[in-house]
Design a binder for this molecule. Structure first.
Ligand code: NAI
Length: 303
């Protein structure tokens, strides 16, 4: 079964290079009309260039349809203008891949507050602003596929990336509420943690391994997650031909007897409270609460 994006309008932020460029090329090859957004700055977010325009030229040379956009995801008004232009030219916005990103790595002890703020602004606020700019359009047309770019650094932690990790887990959190709010309008929201040799990883992935870590190996996961039959509320990891899912889970709640609901009682039951048992994936915060209440009722009934 081939997966087509014919007549779909897609916006890919930060698509002037790296992973975003690969997503944009493949979406266009499969029939989507693509807005190639990129500020064209350096890895740390400084400067500008016409990176987006070059990708549009590549798409057009291959027979596809695209428009370039040099706006910054950190400016909501610019994002709103970008979405409006796409709608005006092509009639809607069906797909948004929030991919733009920057790095300002330093151990937390040495990190300037401004570098924390900037990285969170680009990744987390940028993803929220671009999504907000498309949200009403997607609601009106009762169709939307939004992909958030999270990271192993956000999901699991990484030395030297407190700013980046905080933003990336924030983005996954954003997805978890937007999927609930979008469900009624056929808007699905997923998160992808990629791994690829790009300028972002040039310090950690050696040149010799760059073919193994080609961005093209991440493209299948990204495109499936914005396709018509995409799942909803999933977190997927992709890179070098390896693909997996990740979850936010909880164990079976321990219900402490009334007299043991003390600091000492909690300490005494810590082994049980922290044991990975009865793994459960709540689909919302409400479901987590219900899971705890169900266990309380069971305990009260003598179960
Ligand atoms: P990249 O540096 O090649 O791509 C990021 C793009 O975002 C650049 O073209 C940059 O100009 C653009 N950008 C930066 N600030 C922008 C702004 N304010 N507005 C619009 N565009 C802006 O790096 P790569 O690796 O392709 O990264 C893509 C995404 O994947 C990022 O969100 C990154 O954090 C994420 N990621 C990448 C991993 C990897 O292994 N390469 C690992 C985990 C996450």
């Amino acid at each position: 079964m081939s997966i087509s994006f014919k007549d779909r309008v897609a916006i890919v932020t930060g698509a002037g290079g790296g992973l975003g460029r690969s997503y944009a090329l493949e979406l266009a090859r499969r029939g989507a009309k693509v807005v190639v957004n990129d500020l064209g700055g350096a890895r740390d977010g400084t400067g500008h260039s016409d990176a987006a325009l070059k990708v549009v030229e590549e798409i057009e040379a291959a027979g596809g349809e695209a428009m370039s956009n040099g706006a910054s995801v950190t400016e909501y008004e610019q994002m709103a203008e970008m979405a409006a232009k796409a709608k005006e030219k092509w009639g809607g916005v069906h797909i948004l891949i929030n991919n733009a990103g920057v790095l300002r790595d330093k151990s937390f002890a040495k990190m300037e507050p401004a570098d924390f703020e900037f990285v969170v602004k680009v990744h987390l606020f940028g993803s929220a602003y671009a999504t907000k700019a498309c949200w009403e359009i997607m609601r009106e047309q009762a169709y939307g596929r939004v992909l958030m770019t999270t990271s192993s650094s956000g999901l699991f932690g990484n030395f030297g990336q407190a700013n980046y990790g905080a933003a990336k887990l924030g983005i996954a959190g954003l997805a978890k509420t937007l999927y609930l709010e979008g469900a009624k309008y056929n808007i699905r929201v997923n998160s992808l943690a990629p791994l690829a040799a790009t300028r972002m990883t040039e310090d950690i992935i050696p040149e010799a391994a760059s073919a193994t870590f080609a961005p093209e190996n991440v493209v299948p996961a990204a495109l499936f997650l914005v396709s018509e039959d995409a799942p909803n509320n999933v977190i997927v990891g992709a890179g070098a031909g390896g693909y997996h899912s990740a979850w936010v889970t909880m164990n079976t709640p321990a219900i402490l007897p009334e007299g043991e609901r003390t600091v000492e009682g909690f300490a005494a039951h810590w082994d049980r409270i922290s044991r990975r048992e009865g793994d459960f994936v709540p689909q919302s915060g409400m479901e987590q609460t219900q899971r705890v209440l169900a266990e309380i009722q069971k305990a009260a009934a003598g179960g």
